[in-house]
Ligand binder design. Structure first.
Ligand SMILES: Cc1cc2nc3c(=O)[nH]c(=O)nc-3n(C[C@H](O)[C@H](O)[C@H](O)COP(=O)(O)OP(=O)(O)OC[C@H]3O[C@@H](n4cnc5c(N)ncnc54)[C@H](O)[C@@H]3O)c2cc1C
Length: 471
């Protein structure tokens, strides 16, 4: 690669913050599961928006493409360079300053490399909450969260990342800094560029900072872990809880028996939570602005009704915050137990909530015909219609055997999702893994408009080539 480009990069960010040595790149070029890897010509770690702009301008001049990267916890290969060895990873990890907090206005301005967990903690110090929560929060960054329009467990109450962002600072493909760090909750002044960059997976610009909105912290959060006979009953329970407690409901997670068993198998300190085996469980959470007693009374009342109506077969109400955390630990260890179990064929889908039981029943039949005995690892954010539907090899078969049928399984699941008016990517994005699927399931009009947007904002295609769009 061009020696002049290398020396310019060194001057721009300092020798210590650019590496051309592949032996130092491993954590930047390998994904969280350790299943995907690429090759980077360089890893560059600027410290400010000005440095990012200068690096982008330099790469633009030399025709080097850039893969923006935050915590590298994305699940569709979006933050990885390809195998060509010609793409440069631009890590935002050193841009990790909380620039300001306005507690009265309930807004916080943070740099892109600040971790989601740090944002949550900073909000909490002000008696506020940043209500986006997910298993990767200790490692993922605000830049990545916004670039993937991440979801998580509280979407049914507060929306995705997009709903929690008021303004952005972005470096464009020409190396200009677009300062859109507005704190406005209403602003109808033309096209919404902010919303274009959110969810663009680093293909249109590099987010360097964001204004985030916060909400008052609840007085109490209480969870219940319930056992159910079917997904139909889980949907009916959601309806009941929403009718009874309205906006108090902040999480409603569906977990299949296979998931509970996997967690207990690989993490023996997280034992199977119910006395009897159950086909499904729901972990729900109420956030109460009155008091813990009020939350407890509400949750007990709802659970009594659920029992009366025959919706649940067992109810675990935590006696303490620590016990509540234990339940959430089980939920959050589902991805980790899958890593221990070995690779599986993954789908991150969303559906109209009422169609989820039908989807699960039909998907089970399809999988049984395509790969008899395969295990379905189904869990997800039922409250917003998002399921993680993963398919693993039958017990006793080598893990890899399921990949012999990967294409057929994924095609069948995607077709089923489309027939039920769902989405083939609910919250993880497209990255490089779903590029072909996107082209297949979006209309020609949508794909043409996508290409025109890319062409307008990044005509030389230097930002994350091969992600979302194939060219
Ligand atoms: C255990 C686990 C649990 C998870 N749970 C959830 C969940 O519940 N909900 C959910 O939505 N996701 C979940 N994820 C996926 C992942 O954590 C999210 O997608 C997260 O938002 C990615 O953030 P990151 O900083 O790691 O981004 P990265 O993985 O580094 O990047 C993701 C994408 O954003 C781009 N990007 C990163 N930073 C920038 C930037 N500053 N400017 C422009 N583009 C950028 C990258 O190029 C890439 O395309 C989970 C992942 C794991 C490992």
């Amino acid at each position: 690669m061009n020696l002049i480009w290398q020396s310019e990069l060194r001057q721009l960010v300092g020798d210590a913050y650019v590496s051309f040595n592949p032996s130092e790149h491993e954590r930047y070029v390998t994904d969280w599961f350790g299943r995907e890897a690429g090759v980077a010509v360089a890893v560059v770690r600027p410290r400010s928006a000005q440095e990012v702009a200068a690096v982008v301008a330099c790469c633009h001049r030399h025709g080097v493409s850039i893969v923006p990267q935050g915590g590298n916890t994305g699940l569709v290969g979006g933050a990885l360079p390809d195998a060509s060895g010609r793409q440069c990873v631009l890590s935002l990890e050193r841009m990790n300053t909380i620039r300001s907090i306005d507690a009265a206005g309930k807004v916080m301005t943070v740099e892109a490399g600040v971790l989601l967990a740090q944002v949550q903690a900073a909000a909490s110090c002000e008696g506020l909450e940043f209500p986006l929560s997910m298993g990767s929060e200790g490692s993922c960054t605000i830049g990545g969260v916004l670039s993937t329009n991440a979801g998580g467990t509280a979407v049914l109450r507060y929306g995705n990342a997009r709903a929690l962002c008021l303004g952005l600072e972005v470096v464009t493909a020409e190396g200009e800094i677009l300062n859109g760090l507005r704190q406005l909750r209403k602003d109808n002044t033309g096209y919404d560029l902010r919303d274009l960059f959110i969810g663009a997976e680093g293909t249109l610009g590099i987010i360097t900072a964001a204004v985030l909105s916060m909400v008052p912290a609840p007085k109490a959060k209480l969870s219940a872990f319930v056992a159910l006979e079917s997904a139909e009953k889980a949907v009916a329970l959601l309806d009941l809880v929403q009718a009874e407690v309205g906006p108090l409901l902040t999480a409603f997670e569906l977990i299949s028996n296979t998931c509970l068993k996997l967690v207990a198998q690989y993490f023996p300190n997280m034992a199977y939570p119910f006395a009897q085996s159950t086909p499904y469980a729901v972990l729900l959470e109420l956030s109460d602005h009155e008091s813990e007693e009020h939350a407890l009374t509400s949750i007990e009342r709802v659970m009594e009704r659920a029992i009366e109506r025959g919706l649940v077969t067992d109810v675990l109400l935590p006696q303490s915050l620590a016990q509540s955390k234990k339940f959430w630990n089980i939920r959050e260890h589902i991805p980790l137990s899958q890593v221990q179990d070995g690779k599986n064929v993954k789908h991150d889908i969303s559906l109209p909530i009422s169609k989820i039981p039908l989807f699960l029943a039909q998907a089970e039949r399809l999988i049984a015909s395509l790969h008899p005995g395969a295990r379905m690892i189904a869990f997800g954010h039922l409250g917003d219609g998002n399921l993680h539907f993963n398919v693993a090899a039958p017990l006793g078969q080598p893990v890899e055997t399921i990949f012999q049928n990967k294409a057929a399984i994924t095609d069948a699941i995607n077709e089923l999702v489309a027939s039920l008016n769902g989405s083939i990517s609910a919250e993880h994005g497209i990255g490089k893994m779903k590029v072909q699927d996107l082209a297949r399931f979006k209309s020609d009009v949508e794909m043409r408009l996508f290409r025109q947007i890319k062409q307008a904002l990044d005509p030389q295609c230097i930002f994350n080539p091969g992600k979302i769009l194939s060219h």
